[in-house]
Design a protein around this ligand. Structure first.
Ligand code: S3P
Length: 428
């Protein structure tokens, strides 16, 4: 589907609650499926990615009832373990589904084949299969270590894993496998990635050891999660789009309520504040697992370019396309360093963003793992393709709300992966 976006829709004004956090929705459903008993989950994101996780755990024997967006009741397989599914499990576009499931299944005597769409079938899986194989699971992958992957779980032993990449998906897969392993499973990362698995597992009765100064965490196995009731807060990575749009569309003011304010997820807010943007986050709730609050963004303040350093990249990895669009309106050269991981997301986001901004008339330079954006620049409409990547579709739509002329975005339906109502929220 082709979406046309122009600045004619005028300023964005109002208060909104964006849908539930994608990372937490996947984890809440997966942990509930692994647990003994029935968990009651509210605020779970109703999107294609999370539906893939729900379909997967259902095929593996968990019982999922209710309405995703409202109240979801998940009865887990607990100590009995998952059952062998009738067919292959299609993870769709969702890397989190595929990689975390591998960890969930690694310690059970089942054989499962995981598949994905064209984008997911090109993304690296060896980063997860390699440590899980070391623990005792068996994998057959397509050439190049990609999906489809057929895995057989085994009797696992805990490992001390030094991940070469700061990736929450790798860390989570190894920790979840660790729940079925004998002894301690330790993961160390080169920089802190999002820590939702570490924060949410204790809600399901699992202790997680942590040494944050060393970017290290561990679990002791074997251990079975226990059902719990959990409310998923709104997704900061989705909120970033209307907030970013408010900063570049004259006359705008947007408030996003009930947003997850986990410190490993709000790097984009710190960067925007550093640029001088008018953004304000206020914590309204601090439960045992996560911080939650409201974020306000207003158009009007002049923004200055900034340097985004490699260590802060994991905390804003999904917001780089949006930040790059905002950077076109800041004074000076904004430089993103250590963003090579963007090349193995739902598309090669580094190349795609550089190409799209150039089409819009911005001055952009990029290298293997860096991106520079000069500003300020008057964006002009362009004919773009989301490449089936939800974050690109949304970032281009934000640019379209501030451009001269008409921005047309092919394959706009990609937004359904994380925010099916995005078009209406941005008044497209
Ligand atoms: C996610 C982790 C991130 C992020 C993705 C969701 C998660 O990937 O890009 O959208 O839920 O664990 P990494 O594995 O690179 O951290």
């Amino acid at each position: 589907m082709r979406q046309v976006v122009t600045q004619a829709a005028g300023p964005l004004r109002g208060t909104m609650r964006v849908p539930g956090d994608k990372s937490l929705s996947h984890r809440a459903v997966l942990f509930a499926a692994m647990a003994e008993g029935t968990s009651v989950l509210t605020g779970v994101l109703d999107s294609a990615d999370v539906r893939a996780t729900i379909a997967a755990v259902s095929a593996l024997g968990a019982r999922v009832e209710g309405d995703i967006g409202a109240v979801l009741r998940v009865t887990g397989w607990g100590a009995d373990g998952p059952s062998t599914p009738a067919g292959r499990i299609d993870c769709g576009n969702s890397g989190t589904t595929a990689r975390l499931l591998m960890g969930v299944l690694a310690g059970w005597p089942v054989q499962v084949t995981l598949t994905g769409d064209d984008s997911l079938s090109q993304r690296p899986m060896a980063r997860v299969t390699e440590p899980l194989a070391r623990m005792g699971a068996t994998f057959e992958t397509a050439e190049g270590g990609t999906l489809p992957v057929t895995m057989r779980g085994g009797a696992l032993i805990g490992i001390d894993y030094e991940s070469p990449v700061a990736s929450a998906q790798i860390k989570s897969a190894v920790l979840l496998a660790g729940l079925r392993a004998r002894g301690r499973t330790i993961v160390t990362e080169p920089a802190p990635s999002r820590d939702h698995t570490e924060r949410l597992l204790p809600e399901f009765g699992i202790e997680v050891g942590r040494e944050p100064e060393l970017d290290l965490c561990w679990v002791e196995g074997p251990a079975v999660p226990l059902a719990c009731d959990y409310a998923v807060p709104a997704d900061p990575s989705s909120a970033a789009f209307p907030l970013g749009a408010a900063l570049i569309v004259p006359g705008s003011e947007v408030v996003c309520t009930g947003v997850l304010l986990n410190p490993t997820r709000i790097g984009f807010l710190l960067v925007l504040a550093r640029m001088g943007a008018d953004v304000l986050a206020e914590i309204t709730q601090r439960d045992s697992a996560e911080f939650v609050g409201d974020i306000t963004a207003r158009f009007g303040r002049e923004m200055e370019a900034t340097l985004i350093e490699p260590d802060e990249v994991p905390s804003l990895i999904d917001e780089v396309p949006l930040l790059a669009v905002v950077a076109t309106q800041a004074h000076g050269t904004t430089r993103f360093e250590g963003v090579g991981e963007l090349r193995v997301k739902e598309s090669d986001r580094l190349q795609a963003v550089a190409d799209a901004l150039t089409e819009m008339g911005a001055i952009v330079r990029s290298g293997a793992d860096w991106l520079e954006v000069d500003g300020p620049c008057a964006l002009r409409g362009a004919a773009l393709d989301s490449l089936g990547d939800h974050r690109l579709a949304m970032a281009y739509a934000v640019a379209g709300r501030a451009c001269d002329g008409e921005m047309s975005i092919e394959r706009f339906e990609a937004v359904d992966v994380s925010w099916p109502g995005f078009g209406e929220a941005l008044a497209l």
